[in-house]
Design a binder for this molecule. Structure first.
Ligand code: GUN
Ligand code: ZN
Length: 447
């Protein structure tokens, strides 16, 4: 259903590119974001000029002192793990065995998967995340349940069925052949349907045979435009295991490279313990890395070297990695990113932090031509952030001098409470005071 053309008034804020490569933070203090009836950005600028130039019926939505920013992009998250966030006491390999595999085992039940998908999408939207690259479970019906729920809400989402044919409990294993077939059926059914995209999803090298990794490469070659998501070099024990399992490969990146899994549509989660050669291959192939600081700290994996990624020219997006990560919030995630970089003598300025959570994530997913900023013609997914969401934030805001400081304080102190409203293709999908989900038409009228 088409929405009325609408002008959203507030502090409009977005990036024109990566600040580390000359991109600029564009800020209109009394700004307006004009969204056409199809849900695309028609203009973004000073309210005076955008509103003065209006012709024809346009609804004005005044967001007061709030900041209007592009929807957040989560480049790495697992929807079947929502029920095991904040699981106590383990690091990656034991965490997988003790918590993750049993949780994912329950996603063969489509009804349960459907309920989990709805709860998961509610949670993403409550946190201002409008696009995510999402792991399903090994069961194809988990992906059907996810895409059905995302499609009903009109969201731009990416998901894939986990491929895993060894080193996991029997009840979670597929085979090279079945994973090929199941993934191909899902690609046919979902890839490019509305705003949805499919991602080929081998879990990580230790749980796929060479035969299955080859199948993943074949799926990518046979379906141009399909994405790839997997894990890479997260935990030291995992890295040592990969070395033992693939003695003929040069290093961890080479395991994936050998099977044609690197490329401009590939996103590798973590990348904490990479050698220069591996960074070089990621850069040469246009592959992206998902920086997941909440997870890297929570399950004790290590510190991501953003300066290293920049030096090699590797694309980076932010990932929450729920359930290894303990928060759905990209605000909490950039907060932890700031601290991880501080520990290494690196810095994350407010413009870069907002970039990584929006346009940088879109670029990592190969979607920067359609989302991530307020360039004219892009899909109008956006978040209205309240820099005064809590008494402490309001007090901090009173002491801010200029937008850089206000943006930094909002990013660092904010969480779901700062996410006042969320829009997907111009349509309201969350209001903090009313809850998530596609709002009923009667409610939309009152937006
Ligand atoms: N490596 C393999 N599987 C997983 C997973 O589910 N989460 C994380 N963080 N790392 C992984
Ligand atoms: Zn993960």
């Amino acid at each position: 259903m088409a929405n009325p053309r609408a002008a959203h008034r507030g502090g409009v804020l977005h990036l024109t590119g990566d600040p580390a490569a000359g991109g600029k933070l564009e800020y209109f203090a009394d700004g307006a974001l004009l969204v056409d009836r199809e849900g695309r950005v028609e203009a973004a600028g000073d309210a005076a000029s955008v509103l003065d130039a209006l012709e024809g019926a346009t609804k004005i939505v005044d967001h007061g002192d709030a900041l209007i920013v592009p929807g957040f992009v989560d480049t790495h998250i697992h929807y079947p793990q929502s029920g095991i966030v904040a699981a106590y006491g383990t690091q990656l390999l034991e965490w997988l065995e003790r918590y993750t595999f049993p949780a994912e085992g329950r996603f063969g039940d489509k009804g349960r998967a459907r309920d989990a998908a709805e709860l998961f999408l509610d949670e993403l939207l409550r946190n201002g995340t409008t696009t995510a690259l999402v792991f399903g479970s090994v069961h194809p019906q988990s992906v059907d349940a996810f895409f059905e729920a995302a499609s009903a809400r009109g969201l731009r989402m990416l998901c894939g069925k986990v491929m895993m044919d060894r080193h996991a409990p029997d009840y979670l294993l597929d085979t090279a052949e079945s994973s090929y077939h199941d993934s191909a059926v899902l690609i046919e059914r979902w890839h490019g349907r509305g705003r949805l995209l499919y991602a080929v999803t081998p879990r990580f090298a230790p749980t796929s045979s060479d035969e299955q990794l080859a199948v993943a490469g074949r799926l990518l070659a046979e379906h141009p435009g399909v994405r790839l998501q997997t894990h890479l070099s997260e935990n030291r024990e995992e890295c040592a295991w990969v070395k033992r399992l693939f003695p003929d490969r040069l290093d961890y990146v080479d395991v994936y490279d050998h099977h044609g899994l690197l490329g401009a549509h590939s996103v590798f989660a973590h990348g904490l313990h990479l050698a220069d050669r591996e960074w070089g291959r990621l850069a040469d192939t246009g592959s992206a890395v998902a920086f997941c600081p909440c997870s890297n700290l929570f399950i004790g994996s290590g510190l991501f070297d953003l300066a290293g990624a920049d030096r090699h020219g590797v694309k980076v997006g932010m990932g929450t990695d729920v359930g290894g990560g303990d928060s759905f919030s990209l605000l909490r995630t950039v907060n932890e990113a700031y601290k991880v970089l501080q520990l290494q003598g690196q810095n994350l300025d407010p413009a870069r932090a907002l970039y990584l959570a929006t346009l940088g994530g879109a670029r990592a997913l190969g979607l920067d031509d359609v989302i991530g900023s307020f360039e004219t013609g892009k899909e109008a997914d956006f978040v209205v952030l309240d820099p005064r969401a809590t008494p402490a934030m309001a007090h901090r805001a009173d002491h801010c001098d200029g937008i850089d400081e206000l943006l930094f304080a909002t990013l660092m102190l904010g969480d779901d409470r700062a996410v006042q409203r969320v829009y997907s293709m111009g349509a309201p999908v969350h209001r903090r005071d009313r809850g998530s989900g596609l709002l009923a038409p009667a409610q939309r009228e009152r937006q």
